[in-house]
Write a protein that binds this ligand. Structure first.
Ligand SMILES: Cc1cc2nc3c(=O)[nH]c(=O)nc-3n(C[C@H](O)[C@H](O)[C@H](O)COP(=O)(O)O)c2cc1C
Length: 192
């Protein structure tokens, strides 16, 4: 099985990176081929909204890392996105990446209805934020980031098999036993 991990945290040793590190280890231990992409390492221009990708099936902008990531998503059987919550949402850099590859994630019928292009694949999300539990859920902080990812992956045809939200990262920046267990569970569900 080919698993792609997309890490949207710019912090190499932050919570998201630690959790994705566990996911990677677990996936490899179970025999998966795991590829990791750090969004902070990518060069991706913003979408210019021309909509030409809808008819051309490719972006008019010069080749950059957005297309590289789309090729990786096409190759993957499962995708795990780990993201910090910024302003109750995903970081802008991650949003820009998915804006640029919309044509390769979700097609459109003549009437403008969505056509999912990744049916049969699985996805899982990890989101962290400083707002402590249960307010990270109630005030839609990490929950807001997960909701944004659901929107992208649902319309792209992925089955979302697991989500993990870790609140209160300011007062508890290190991973608990429960966090580690949740990361292992994600891989179990993705590889079922
Ligand atoms: C620009 C920015 C915006 C943020 N916005 C929120 C927010 O809306 N809600 C929240 O609870 N935490 C917010 N945070 C805190 C991060 O979500 C939190 O520190 C997270 O755990 C970082 O994960 P990382 O260390 O893995 O990168 C924000 C942090 C930054 C840098």
């Amino acid at each position: 099985m080919n698993i792609l991990i997309i890490n949207a945290s710019p912090r190499r040793d932050g919570c998201v990176s630690q959790m994705l590190g566990l996911v990677r280890k677990e996936g490899e231990a179970r025999g998966a081929e795991v590829t990791v992409v750090r969004v902070a390492d990518l060069q991706v221009r913003s979408c210019i909204g021309c909509m030409q990708c809808r008819s051309r099936q490719e972006c008019v902008l010069p080749y950059d890392d957005a297309r590289k990531v789309l090729a990786m998503i096409n190759e993957a059987d499962a995708v795990i996105v780990g993201t910090p919550c910024y302003w109750g949402n995903i970081p802008g850099s991650l949003k820009v990446l998915f804006d640029r590859i919309v044509y390769g994630m979700m097609g459109e019928s003549r009437r403008g209805m969505p056509l999912p292009l990744h049916k049969g694949k699985r996805a899982a999300f990890i989101a962290t934020c400083s707002t402590p539990w249960p307010f990270n859920i109630l005030f839609r902080q990490s929950r807001g980031a997960v909701k944004a990812l659901r929107e992208i992956f649902k319309w792209s045809g992925f089955k979302i098999v697991a989500t993990v939200e870790k609140g209160g990262t300011k007062s508890r920046p290190s991973l608990t036993g429960g966090d580690c267990h949740a990361c292992r569970k994600i891989v179990e569900r993705l590889m079922k």
